[in-house]
Design a protein around this ligand. Structure first.
Ligand code: ADP
Ligand code: MG
Length: 699
């Protein structure tokens, strides 16, 4: 039977109040949504541990013991209740910080109970905080199988929706079903891949008998989930290849060749050459190009973009490049117009702060075609911006642009322009397959020659002045330095105070030594920010105290050292991006990650990753494993939000590849899924991607 139109509130076990809570906290309204609220862990309740066996390293376990009277101790907010459990092998302290008034009346001192919880060590005594406790019933059959533990929120707990209650609701759902849950994969498919039926898989993940059964159930759910995503994205790709016309860039002409022969500032790397070839072939095919260009910070993506834009010009089209910030747009404009000046190419810059008169000039130039290349920010998307004939759109640092914005670019001309999306945030392969499965991907996996990996070290705050002394050494050799402060959000006044104080401290130390410092952050007016950047770029200021506004794209090759304050507060990919700001010249560069003495285990892993590798792909993988795919930069904004219900892109690469292969095989034979055999697949793809995901559509 169908489970997506049965509502939880019809269950007496749920009721209106809890139904509202479930909807608010879990987004679960229907049976289906609830059944996909999966346990985060399972515990073995098939056996009792003795208290003597317990140690703090054990997960949740159960013991069978006599329990003493509940004693309430402590005062005010520190008041709590304690009882002692004794099973003859030892004593275990049970502790409650709340809800104990209710318990106190219920516990019969000296009676035998089943106590379930996680042993912890406190004041060198073993205890269990907030154990589940129920009278031992000698007649009851021992509970079979693994017990599921569900994630809950504080609000849910207050509304009596703890893990146990969730489990009861799952059981109630199955009691209520008078038929099996509708199968969502075709029978032949299930047979061919030896999968468990959906009904059994869903039941098993909530009530597994053993680990083997659980694994098979999870495999089925993960495989299905990843398979449908692949079927969806690859279907788009197959369709685009067949249906969408693109401007054929048939000639490689004068602009491209002249640039290559006379104005190329340095020989291209092998990877740059290969990528340009891939793009040329794609743009020449008569189909519209949708390509993601991945290349680590400093790998030379700009030059690739420039050469592709020349290709557009050679074929009589205009080109534009869009950057996420005004600073970056200005820098691109400078680089690109510098590269193309001698060739007489007209390059314009359009940002939010472009003056009206200049703006009108640009609009006119775009309309009559005299302005060939436009560099800009989101301002490019305004309705007034209209090209005579745009052939190529380059989007730099893609993840900061939303779906709607891309769709807007698409709408500007009858035949869609080729789209090249560039990102310096290396995306793990599994995530790329999921987020960008419908794009073609090019990778620059080679750095320009002479780059030395940035030497990265971890230093505690207590040794700040040693770090300063190191900076001083670099400054005395004529180099420049960044000092970066975390800024979680623009409204964090605390962070601004830290930044201001840091700036004072830097000035206090370096000022007397004759090194001037500048400061940039998001609260500065655009003009002021630009002025600060200009002074640093030109070497007037030797130190730049900054927030992550310098994260993207800023290029000052003379800067050889970066000091990151409170580095434990940055995410991995952010640290990697930041570090990419140094080491852009030929000199050895340094990055000092400063943290307080005590940092969390995750922070330590991040810092260790940074000090042990410069490879953006390795860092991206580590980031995904630490945070889960949903939190990797760019994912949330992408529209997919990677709201995978079962699979984990950090762990399920094997299943994903299998799913992608299967989807391709099916689409090759039946690209529109019209075959009778694939009827279920067609229905499911439609259903899933209509209701659940605001699916991105690049270009
Ligand atoms: P990103 O990929 O991060 O956008 P950029 O395009 O800004 O990198 O390039 C980083 C630096 O490397 C720039 O200073 C650029 O001039 C330089 N560069 C690019 N390609 C090459 C090359 N083939 N050889 C030497 N230097 C290069
Ligand atoms: Mg760049």
């Amino acid at each position: 039977m169908e489970i997506d139109n049965l509502y939880l509130r019809i269950l007496p076990e749920v009721g209106a109040k809890k139904a509202t809570l479930l909807e608010q906290e879990l987004g679960a309204r229907t049976f289906e949504e609830m059944l996909y609220h999966l346990p985060y862990r399972y515990v073995d309740r098939t056996r009792f541990y003795t208290i003597a066996e317990l140690s703090a390293s054990l997960p949740h376990v159960q013991v069978r013991a006599r329990v003493s009277r509940l004693v309430i101790t402590g005062e005010g907010r520190r008041q709590h209740a304690v009882a002692t459990a004794d099973d003859g092998t030892g004593e275990l302290e049970l502790v409650w910080f709340k809800g104990y008034k209710y318990l106190a009346g219920k516990i019969v001192p000296g009676a035998e109970y089943v106590i379930f919880g996680k042993p912890t060590l406190f004041n060198s005594k073993l205890n269990v905080v907030h154990p589940e406790i129920e009278p031992f019933d000698a007649d009851a059959r021992p509970r079979a199988g693994l017990q599921a533990l569900y994630p809950t929120t504080g609000k849910m707990k207050k509304g009596y929706l703890n893990s146990k209650a969730i489990s009861n609701i799952q059981a109630a759902i199955f009691r209520r079903l008078h038929e099996r849950v509708n199968e969502t994969l075709p029978a032949w498919f299930i047979r061919e891949h030896r999968l468990v039926y959906l009904h059994d898989a869903l039941y098993t993940v909530h009530f597994p008998r053993d680990a083997g059964e659980l694994d098979r159930a999870l495999y089925r759910l993960k495989f299905e989930e990843l398979f449908y995503i692949q079927l969806h994205v690859l279907k788009q790709k197959f369709r685009r290849k067949v249906c969408f016309q693109g401007h054929p860039f048939t000639v490689v002409g004068d602009y491209f060749h002249r640039f290559y022969d006379h104005y190329l500032p340095f020989p291209l790397t092998g990877a740059q050459k290969r990528v340009i070839r891939e793009i040329r072939r794609d743009c020449g095919s008569g189909k519209q190009m949708n390509r993601l260009l991945q290349g680590d910070v400093g790998s030379g993506k700009t030059l690739v973009a420039v050469m592709c834009m020349l290709l557009a010009l050679d074929n009589g089209f205009q080109a534009c490049i869009m950057a996420p910030t005004a600073i970056l747009a200005a820098q691109h404009h400078e680089t690109i117009s510098g590269l193309l000046r001698e060739m007489g190419v007209n390059v314009g810059l359009l940002t939010g702060s472009t003056k009206k008169k200049e703006r009108e000039k640009i609009h006119a130039g775009l309309a009559d075609g005299s302005l060939q290349v436009l560099v800009g920010t989101h301002a490019l998307l305004e309705d007034a911006v209209s090209f005579r004939e745009i052939g190529l759109v380059v989007i730099d640092e893609q993840h900061r642009f939303g779906v709607a914005q891309r769709a807007k670019l698409w709408g500007k001309n009858a035949v869609p322009p080729h789209v090249l999306v560039m990102t310096a945030t290396p995306i793990p392969r599994t995530l790329a397959m999921t987020l960008y499965g419908d794009l073609d991907v090019s990778v620059i996996d080679e750095m320009p020659p002479g780059r030395k990996p940035v030497n990265t070290r971890h230093v505690h705050e207590e040794r700040r002045f040693e770090a300063y002394a190191f900076l001083r050494g670099e400054l005395e050799r004529g180099r420049q330095a960044y000092v970066v402060y975390p800024l979680i959000s623009e409204s964090e006044t605390m962070d601004y105070r830290n930044l201001e104080e840091g700036y004072e401290q830097v000035n206090g130390y370096f000022g007397p030594l004759g090194f001037r410092a500048g400061i940039v952050h998001g609260r500065l007016k655009a003009a002021e920010k630009e002025e600060q950047m200009r002074r640093f770029v030109e070497g007037e200021t030797r130190i730049l105290v900054a927030t992550t506004v310098i994260e993207v794209g800023v290029n000052v090759p003379n800067a050889t050292v970066m000091l990151v304050e409170s580095a434990e507060r940055f995410g991995l990919s952010q640290l990697h991006q930041l570090r990419g700001r140094v080491g852009r010249g030929g000199d050895q560069a340094y990055c000092i990650l400063m943290t307080s003495y005590r940092i969390s285990a995750d922070s330590r892993k991040r810092i260790d990753t940074m000090t042990s590798t410069n490879d953006g792909f390795v860092i991206a993988e580590a980031d995904m494993k630490l945070r889960g795919a949903g939190d990797v930069d760019g994912t949330r904004q992408s529209g997919l939000a990677c709201n995978l219900r079962v699979a984990d892109l950090g762990k399920d690469e094997g299943i994903l590849c299998q799913a992608a292969r299967t989807a391709s095989e099916i689409l090759e034979k039946d690209p529109e899924l019209v075959d009778e055999r694939n009827a279920v697949l067609a229905v499911q793809v439609k259903r899933i991607f209509k209701t659940r995901v605001n699916w991105r559509y690049i270009s």
